[in-house]
Design a protein around this ligand. Sequence first.
Ligand SMILES: C[S@@+](CC[C@H](N)C(=O)[O-])C[C@H]1O[C@@H](n2cnc3c(N)ncnc32)[C@H](O)[C@@H]1O
Length: 246
Amino acid sequence: MSAGPASSRRPSLLRALVRKSEPPRAFYAPEVFGRAAITNIAQALPPLERVYANIRFSILRPKLLSVMDLLLPDEGRILDIGCGFGLFAAYFGQTQPRRRIVGIDPNARRIEMARKVAGKLGLTEHEFMAADARDAAVRGPFDAAYVLDVMHHIPPEDQLPLLERLRDLLSPRGVLVVKDITTEPAYQVRFTELMDRAMVGWEEPLTYRHHREWGEMLSSLGFKVRMVRVPDVLPYPHVVIAATRR
Ligand SMILES: C[S@@+](CC[C@H](N)C(=O)[O-])C[C@H]1O[C@@H](n2cnc3c(N)ncnc32)[C@H](O)[C@@H]1O
């Protein structure tokens, strides 16, 4: 008769002691991050989208992503607003596999691709929904939400209501991370607009705001706000804002 695997034969006290001697999970840094995580994502995409992903990750570089990564909880439900092809859901899911990311984007083709990429990377808890974030049938609470280069694509009159909606979807102490483009120096925002126009054309409104203005809007909604500007070799005036629900 087989005695079973050694671990199941250990007396429970011994098992508890072994478990206690492991360092708390909070002391583990991600093992899959930066280039390795990005390569996995690129390999999960068809050729055209792979080129797009490589361009996106050369703008949103690993160091900027690490700033966002540290602001997001390492587990729980996280909302990704305007997830596109799910590049960043795939990135933040690889760095912390206990995250369950729900991505929303009105573009059904991108959502389909996001599902495929998550599936190939084994991120089976991620979910994706083709919907407009302003009225998507999504149920909270979420431990966190992030909006990565999306707020300036939202019509100006809808920006505050969307932030308010996101606040209401968060659990108490939940964090909303907004990555966007600030408006100074002026030549950098002009450069960013040219790059954005190349993607979306000249019809869609693009409403960039100064980071102080985003801060004031988020404060008016009761968030506690912190922000950092992130330097880059390319002339993008990146800003990352962490807004914590009180
Ligand atoms: C510049 S792309 C950013 C995509 C992704 N977050 C990234 O950083 O690669 C902007 C995305 O916002 C999405 N978007 C625009 N309006 C939206 C809305 N009302 N609700 C949700 N997503 C929206 C677009 O479909 C697009 O995928």
